[in-house]
Design a protein around this ligand. Structure first.
Ligand SMILES: [Zn+2]
Ligand SMILES: [Zn+2]
Length: 143
């Protein structure tokens, strides 16, 4: 299932004129498989064994290339370092106030809010953003 996602993502990149290097392939694969919204640093740590010549800066530059191609979203929450998310499906985030973990969930009903906002205000609605905050099960267990 995730290999189909990876192939689709790679086709998108090729269409955007991005050259697929083994590093880029590995970073993309890690992003799609991890589901954990990793930081550039976490991706670097996961892949440094495979690519000893790679630096955090390389990872970050590649993530920026993916971002420009519209394949990856950079999530900035407060002062913590950016986390990266693969834009494969529309989804929302619930964020732990205690450890900063970000978990995906789906709630299609919010699309209706966009059309409602459009008809009530006359705006052309482009996007919306919603985040839910709380304490994750792991942190709850620790308290
Ligand atoms: Zn937590
Ligand atoms: Zn996400």
């Amino acid at each position: 299932m995730s290999s189909a996602k990876i192939n689709a993502a790679i086709d998108n990149l090729k269409q955007a004129g991005v050259r697929i290097t083994p590093q880029r392939h590995a970073i993309l694969e890690h992003l799609i498989q991890s589901m954990s919204h990793p930081t550039a640093d976490e991706i670097y740590k996961a892949l440094e064994g495979k690519f000893p010549n790679m630096s955090v800066a390389t990872v970050y530059n590649n993530l920026r290339v993916f971002k420009e191609a519209g394949l990856v979203k950079e999530l900035t929450y407060g002062d913590s370092s950016s986390r990266f998310d693969c834009v494969t499906t529309d989804h929302y985030h619930i964020i732990c106030d205690s450890c900063g973990k970000i978990v995906d969930f789906h709630y299609p009903g919010l699309d209706e809010v966009e059309s409602l906002a459009e008809s009530v205000t006359g705006f052309d609605v482009g996007r919306h953003r919603m985040e839910i905050y709380g304490v994750c099960p792991d942190c709850k267990r620790k308290h």
